[in-house]
Design a binder for this molecule. Structure first.
Ligand code: KG4
Ligand code: ZN
Length: 343
């Protein structure tokens, strides 16, 4: 079954073609980052309009690079949520319109299920069951995954997501949006011993996260350095390093707990923050120590992309799941509400 995947939940237009036998055939991405950078964050209305401009050309590009035409498609999957409602509607309307014209099934899929299963696109994919750490701009969650659509939430952030904390820290350090990669780059030059930031919620049991206190701590430190005339390149790098170490440590501690609690030996790490090199290094050490294994998507499938949507859509469409004639755009949609396709 050949499935076209469409991702338009936020600031990247992603399109891909996935074949349930041959695997990923093609994928293309258009990032709106430079457009939003001017405003320091995503402007929803601009995002929707840009998806409208870019989506059809990207679909043509992906079909051409796989040397296929629309009539070769057996189904279409699109991100139905969670995300920005206007942006979601562009993908949903396009998917439903095309599917109607081609008389093929169409399915709205969950963006975070896409992230969660993105490592399935790699050469050595994880087998079920596993623990997944989902760390993106909007979510920080630990999930026990027993199979497609079998997700038990083990813990999540009670306030900011890890990616959001990176983005806000970037602003405090006068770095560009999106902040994650910029903070990580600056942290490389930072002295890890100059500051020690708190590891929130690690001193009590449980698998929930909180990053807003850490954000305040970063702000206070930045202001203190400014007053002391030390908010220079080195001072900012030292803050970036202390912040990154605190986030990474916190995530690693909670992953360790989740593996202990579930007795599982496989850990999937996905979502934008899973691109973070220091996080990967630390998780590698941690899993190796306990005879466990960590799985990640390749770099470009850590952040938003069409391939993960095509993959999830293909699995569910193959199992017979499909939308009725109503398109779906659901800004808030808890992952744990998902069901296996047969149910
Ligand atoms: O998954 P994603 O592309 O979009 C959402 O679904 O939210 O994640 C984007 C987030 C942003 O907050 C970005 O700053 C963060 O992932 N990010 C990183 C890195 N690359 C992206 N955070 C830390 N280190 C990175 N290397
Ligand atoms: Zn995402």
């Amino acid at each position: 079954m050949r499935v076209l995947g469409i991702e338009t939940s936020c600031d990247e237009t992603g399109v891909a073609l996935y074949d349930t036998q041959a695997g990923l055939l093609a994928d293309a991405l258009y990032s709106q980052i430079s457009m939003h950078a001017e405003y320091g964050g995503v402007v929803p209305e601009l995002a929707s309009r840009d998806h409208t401009r870019k989506l059809l050309p990207l679909i043509e590009e992906v079909l051409a690079s796989a040397q296929l035409s629309r009539s070769d498609l057996d189904g279409i999957a699109y991100t139905a949520g969670p995300g920005l409602v206007g942006a979601l509607m562009v993908g949903a309307a396009t998917a439903h319109g095309m599917a109607r014209a081609l008389n093929i099934p169409v399915l709205g899929v969950h963006h975070m299920e896409g992230h969660l299963l993105a490592p399935m696109l790699e050469d050595a994919p994880p087998a079920f069951p596993f623990v997944a750490l989902l760390v993106s701009g909007g979510h920080t969650q630990l999930v026990e995954v027993r199979g497609l659509g079998q997700y038990r939430l083990l813990g999540e952030s009670v306030d900011d997501a890890a990616g959001e904390a990176f983005d806000k820290t970037a602003k405090m350090l006068e770095l560009d949006y999106p902040g994650g990669p910029a903070v990580a780059r600056l942290a490389e030059r930072g002295d890890p011993t100059r500051f020690r930031f708190p590891r929130p919620m690690t001193d009590r049991p449980g698998l929930d996260f909180s990053f807003s206190g850490l954000k305040t701590h970063t702000l206070i430190t930045a202001n203190r350095l400014r007053e002391a005339g030390e908010f220079d390149e080195q001072g900012r790098a030292d803050i970036a390093r202390a912040f990154e170490d605190a986030v990474v440590d916190t995530l690693v501690i909670k992953c360790r707990r989740a593996l202990d609690q579930t007795g599982l030996k496989r850990l999937v790490v996905a979502g934008g923050v899973s691109a973070n090199v220091r996080l990967r290094e630390r998780l590698e050490q941690e899993t190796a120590k306990r005879g466990a294994q960590a799985f990640y998507p390749r770099g470009r499938f850590c952040t938003d992309n069409g391939a993960m949507i095509a993959y999830v859509g293909a699995q569910r469409l193959l199992a017979g799941e499909r939308d009725d004639s109503t398109m779906k755009a659901v800004p808030r949609w808890p992952l744990a509400e998902l069901m296996p396709p047969a149910a």
